[in-house]
Design a protein around this ligand. Structure first.
Ligand code: SAJ
Length: 444
C-alpha cells in the first residue's frame, strides 16, 4: 500500500479512496469511460458520469448499455443501487473527490491534435475545482498535455496548487474493444504524475479496481507510454501492409510468408495486412506524437511513413478489385460487388474511421454496383449515400460478380460464402486455412 506525507487534504482523500466513500466523476461515457465507471460503481464508489450526449446519459440512467463490452444487466444493477448515475451537467463536479476524464482526442483534417474536448472539460472542472480533489486524464494525447495544458488551466482558474491543494495525474486507457480476455479490471494500468503526492493518490485510486498499477515518474512519461504503444502497432501493421504490396509485385503469397515467419519461436510478433487501419486509436494517436516531436524540431519518420502506407491500403484493395473484374471480363461500371464487413475490425460494430468505408467509397467512384453485409452494422454513410446491410443469403452472394471480404467477423460462414460466390477477394486472409474452392479466392 502507498504511504503519504502528512497533509490533512491528502489524508482525507486517501481515506475516502481506501474506504470507497469517495465520489467519483467520470467525464465521457464512451468505450473507455463507461466500463471504467461500472468497475468503480461495482466496488461501492458513488459514481457520477458526465456525458455530453443526452441520449447516452439517458440510456445509462435507464441501465441500458450502448457499449458492446458493458452488459446492461450489470449496468442496471449499479444504477438501481444508486452507485452509478449519469448527467449532462458539470454542476456536481464540486461534489466529486476524483474526476476521471475519458473524452475523445481526435485529429484535425491535417492530422494535428484536436484537444477541444479535453480543454473544454478542463475549463468546466477548473471553474469548480476545490481543495482535496484528484483529476486524472485517460485520453490518449501528446506528452505534455496534462502538465502544460491542463495544469495551468486548473491552477489559474481555481487559484489552487497541484500537489498541495489538488492532485493531477495521467493514466492512459488501454481498452481493446471486443477483447474478452483483457478488461478494464485486469489490464495493467500505467499512472504518471509530476509530483509525488499526485502520483501516490492516483496510484491508490486505480489500485482499488485494477489488479496491477504501474507508476511512472511523470504525467509526460505516462502520455508517451500510450502513444508509443499505439505507434508500435501502427508501424508494425504498416510493415506487413508494405510487405503485402511488395508480395503482390513479386507474385508471392504474403500470408504464406507471414505464417512461416511467425513459426519463429522467438523475436517476432504476428501482425497481418488488411484493407487499412481503422478505429479511433491506431490511425490517430501516433500523429499526436509526430506533432509534438515536430515542435522540438524532430521528425518521427516511422510514424509519418506508417500512416502513409496504412492510408494507401484501401486504394490497393480498389486496384485488386479492378484487376479481378478485368480478368473476369467485367467492366467495373457493369459489375455487382458485395462487400463483407463495414466495421473497422472483427466482431464489433464500430465503423468509425473504418477502412471499409474508404474501400466502398472508391468502388462507388468506379461506378461499381455495390452492396454490403455486416451483421453488426445495419446502415452506413458512404460518399454521401446511405447504404443498408443486405442479408447474407446464398442468392445475394451468387448475384455478385465479386465478393470482397473486408472485415473478418467470426460469425460469417466463409466456406459457404466461397462455395456460392463466383469470385472472392479476401483482404483479411480469413479463408486461407479453410477448406474452400481456393481457385475462386484471391488473397490480398
Ligand atoms: N489491424 C491490421 N493488422 C493487424 C492488427 C490490426 O490491419 O495485425 C487493423 C485492425 O483491423 C483495425 C486497426 O488495425 O482496423 C486497429 O486495430 P487494433 O487491433 O489495434 O485495435 P483497436 O484500435 O480497436 O484497439 C487498440 C488496442 N488494441 C490492441 O492492442 C490489440 C490498443 O492498441 C489500445 O488499447 C486501443 O487501440 C486504444 O484505445 O488506444
Amino acid at each position: 500500500m502507498t504511504d503519504f506525507p502528512s497533509s490533512s487534504v491528502l489524508q482525507a482523500l486517501q481515506q475516502k479512496i481506501r474506504d470507497h466513500t469517495a465520489t467519483v466523476g467520470v467525464v465521457g461515457l464512451g468505450y473507455v469511460g463507461l466500463p471504467f465507471a461500472l468497475e468503480k460503481a461495482k466496488v461501492g464508489f458513488r459514481v457520477l458520469g458526465v456525458e455530453q450526449n443526452p441520449a447516452r446519459a439517458g440510456q445509462v440512467a435507464q441501465g441500458h448499455s450502448y457499449i458492446a463490452d458493458v452488459s446492461s444487466e450489470e449496468l442496471s444493477q449499479v444504477v438501481a443501487a444508486g452507485t452509478l448515475q449519469a448527467t449532462t451537467s458539470f454542476d456536481a463536479i464540486a461534489e466529486m473527490d476524483v474526476i476521471v476524464i475519458c473524452v475523445p482526442t481526435p485529429l484535425t483534417r491535417n492530422l494535428t491534435p484536436n484537444l477541444t474536448y479535453v480543454e473544454s472539460v478542463t475549463r468546466e472542472i477548473a471553474q469548480r475545482l476545490r481543495p482535496g480533489q484528484l483529476v486524472t486524464l485517460e485520453s490518449t494525447t501528446y506528452p505534455g498535455t496534462t502538465d502544460e495544458v491542463m495544469r495551468p488551466m486548473l491552477e489559474q482558474a481555481a487559484g489552487l496548487k497541484q500537489g498541495q491543494d489538488f492532485f493531477l495525474a495521467h493514466s492512459p486507457e488501454r481498452v481493446d474493444p471486443g477483447n474478452q480476455r483483457y478488461t478494464t479490471k485486469n489490464t495493467n494500468k500505467v499512472v504518471g504524475a509530476s509530483d509525488p503526492q499526485s502520483l501516490a493518490i492516483a496510484a491508490l485510486f486505480y489500485e482499488q479496481t485494477i489488479e496491477h498499477v504501474v507508476p511512472v515518474s511523470s504525467a509526460k512519461a505516462a502520455e508517451l507510454v500510450k502513444v508509443f504503444e499505439n505507434t508500435f502497432r501502427a508501424v508494425n501493421i504498416a510493415l506487413v501492409n508494405e510487405l503485402a504490396m511488395l508480395c503482390d509485385r513479386m507474385d508471392l503469397n504474403v500470408w504464406e510468408v507471414l505464417d512461416a515467419a511467425n513459426t519463429k519461436p522467438f523475436g517476432i510478433m504476428p501482425f497481418y495486412p488488411g484493407p487499412g487501419v481503422g478505429g479511433h486509436c491506431i490511425p490517430i494517436d501516433p500523429h499526436y506524437l509526430e506533432w509534438k516531436a515536430k515542435e522540438l524540431n524532430f521528425n518521427t519518420h516511422f510514424i509519418a511513413l506508417a500512416g502513409e502506407i496504412n492510408r494507401k491500403m484501401p486504394e490497393f484493395v480498389r486496384e485488386k478489385v479492378r484487376r479481378i473484374l478485368n480478368q473476369l471480363g467485367i467492366a467495373p461500371a457493369r459489375s455487382n460487388v458485395l462487400v463483407l464487413g463495414a466495421a473497422y475490425k472483427k466482431d464489433l460494430g464500430d465503423w468509425r474511421e473504418s477502412p471499409a468505408i474508404a474501400v466502398m467509397s472508391y468502388l462507388l467512384e468506379d461506378s461499381v454496383g455495390l452492396t454490403y453485409h455486416d451483421p453488426y452494422v445495419p446502415e452506413i454513410e458512404v460518399a454521401g449515400k446511405t447504404l443498408l446491410s443486405v442479408d447474407l443469403t446464398e442468392s445475394a452472394v451468387a448475384a455478385a460478380d465479386l465478393v470482397v471480404i473486408v472485415t473478418d467477423h467470426s460469425q460469417v460462414d466463409y466456406v459457404r460464402v466461397v462455395h456460392h460466390a463466383k469470385a472472392v477477394l479476401d483482404t483479411r486472409g480469413i479463408t486461407r486455412h479453410l477448406a474452400t474452392d481456393s481457385e475462386k479466392v484471391t488473397l490480398l
